[in-house]
Design a protein around this ligand. Structure first.
Ligand SMILES: [Mg+2]
Length: 222
């Protein structure tokens, strides 16, 4: 069983959402609505994710770029620093496990081989795993720059998985569910109300897909 980290095992995107709200307050644009500022940031994040990947350093850079594009005042170094710190400070927040995660992993690890498969910047993701205290439940922790079909195929090969028998568990249709199904895995979709907007996608109707309301519910099926 392969399990996602951010917003599946622990809170993550909610901190980015808060930073974006603070950023929009700081920008205080005179004509653009909050949603229009957000749309500009989304566009910059989409363009840059292929180049700079994911994580707080990339996010801080994206905030800076958005600020430079939209600011209605002279671009001053202290303001740039302030904007980038809104992103950088996320690494310092307390790591909050989602409800029943530790108990449920305890239950699952006794029955299945568990792999943690998380997307982002290597060192940052490993630090989160360490702070979560969840590493002992997992046979291995694999950090990947992108979660596309190729990444799942690589994981299946490297971990010697029987794709038709293995499950991918996660909150993101775009990163956890659709590419896993395309790689021949089965999938468990556990929606999180604060999933990052760029992770949204339609989940297709597939008999290899299970949709659950909470992490704890995995006990009923595995
Ligand atoms: Mg996730």
């Amino acid at each position: 069983m392969i399990i996602d980290g951010d917003d599946t095992l622990w809170e993550n995107n909610v901190y980015f959402e808060q930073a974006i709200e603070d950023f929009i307050d700081f920008l205080a644009h005179s004509t653009l609505s909050r949603e229009q500022v957000r749309a500009t940031l989304d566009e910059i994040e989409r363009l840059n994710s292929g180049i700079h990947g994911y994580g707080t350093a990339a996010f801080a850079r994206n905030l800076r770029e958005t600020y430079e594009r939209l600011a209605e005042r002279a671009i001053e170094t202290p303001d740039i620093e302030h904007v980038m710190n809104l992103g950088r400070r996320i690494v310092q927040v307390e790591l909050d496990l989602l409800p029943d995660v530790a108990d449920t992993l305890d239950y699952l690890a006794a029955r299945h081989r568990l792999l943690l498969f998380t997307k982002g910047e290597e060192e940052e993701q490993r630090l989160k795993v360490q702070r979560s205290g969840l590493a002992p439940h997992f046979d291995q922790v694999v950090v990947t720059k992108e979660k596309d079909v190729a990444a799942y195929r690589r994981l299946i090969r490297e971990q010697d998985l029987d794709a038709g028998e293995a499950w991918m568990v996660g909150n993101s249709p775009r990163s956890d569910i659709n590419p896993a199904l395309d790689a021949g895995l089965r999938a468990v979709f556990i929606p999180h109300p604060h999933t990052w907007r760029l992770e949204h996608a339609d989940v297709r109707d597939d008999r290899r897909l299970l949709v659950l309301q909470s992490f704890r519910q995995l006990r009923e099926y595995f």
